[in-house]
Design a protein around this ligand. Structure first.
Ligand code: SF4
Ligand code: SF4
Length: 279
């Protein structure tokens, strides 16, 4: 929820090319694929510029009434999805790519429309997700360097367990935790990017698997997703932690083996890339 001015402190807007809109409800939709999400944001942003004005509170409230998702299309029905999340660069010369708050004062010459959103300006300002507490600086840097666009970025940066565990597995194989310098090398960034790209269209994702290891269990309730080998006649493997972070659900052992293989491939490339540049 934070803004470009906070970019040195937060992961929300790390550069001018991508950003995260997860806590504003970007993925809280039954149609949360890349194309559908992009289309939804685009339509909403265009409608915002056509029908609302930041200094006209009634127009903002009318926009919210028209564009706020109802419970029927949400995954976690009790979690608000803010209609004011859109493309903050829609009016720029390039293709829209940066998601953010359309009613933020930094987008509107100091006028603040966030009290008309799903929270209020204070909540929107103060909230920082757990990734800010959990991720080390070099881990966040790797995500920022390796992930090219907002759709993927929001999925990865809000999944610190995946990032940490991925690098733990690399350390187990190479004998040392990769340093910030190693993680900044182009080969490693490329290979990490292929690991993070698994989130884009993960074929073994459960219906609510876009939330990763968090499973929807009610209106606002969540529980931890079961390990994918649970209930199957097969032993757990270390890579299964990455699978659960990807929101994996498998009905058969064959599916699980295929899912593991899809993860092991880029993981192996990352291990080799780190081993090559590590002193
Ligand atoms: S989910 Fe976290 S990184 Fe994403 S916008 Fe919210 S606070 Fe920022
Ligand atoms: S008003 Fe708050 S919740 Fe809505 S898009 Fe802006 S920052 Fe996100």
């Amino acid at each position: 929820m934070s803004t470009p001015s906070d970019k040195l402190r937060t992961f929300c807007h790390p550069d001018g090319e991508k950003s995260c809109g997860a806590c504003c409800g970007m993925y809280n939709h039954v149609d949360h694929g890349r194309d559908q999400t992009w289309q939804r944001l685009l339509e909403r942003t265009q409608a915002y510029f056509e029908s609302a004005r930041i200094d006209d509170e009634e127009s903002l409230r009318a926009f919210r009434r028209r564009w706020e998702d109802d419970a029927g299309v949400k995954l976690l029905t009790g979690l608000p999805s803010c209609p004011f999340l859109g493309f903050v660069d829609l009016l720029s010369a390039h293709e829209p790519q940066v998601v953010g708050c359309l009613v933020h004062p930094l987008q509107n010459e100091g006028v603040d429309g966030r009290d008309c959103g799903i929270y209020d300006r204070f909540l929107c300002d103060d909230y920082l997700c757990a990734a800010h507490d959990v991720l080390r600086r070099e881990e966040a840097r790797l995500v920022i360097d390796a992930v090219p666009d907002s759709y993927l970025y929001g999925l990865v940066i809000t999944n610190p367990r995946f990032v940490r565990y991925l690098l733990n597995m690399v350390a187990d194989e190479t004998g040392a935790r990769p340093t910030a310098k190693v993680l900044a090398s182009p080969e490693v960034v490329d290979a990490a990017g292929r690991c993070f790209a698994l989130f884009d269209d993960w074929p073994y994702r459960g219906g609510d698997g876009i939330f990763g290891q968090v499973k929807v269990a009610g209106e606002l309730d969540t529980e931890r997703r079961a390990m994918p080998a649970d209930g199957l006649a097969v032993a757990e493997e270390p890579v299964d932690v990455l699978l659960v972070c990807l929101g994996t659900e498998c009905e058969t052992v064959l599916q699980l083996e295929r899912a593991r293989e899809l993860v092991r491939q880029p993981l192996g490339e990352l291990i080799r890339a780190v081993a090559k540049v590590q002193p």
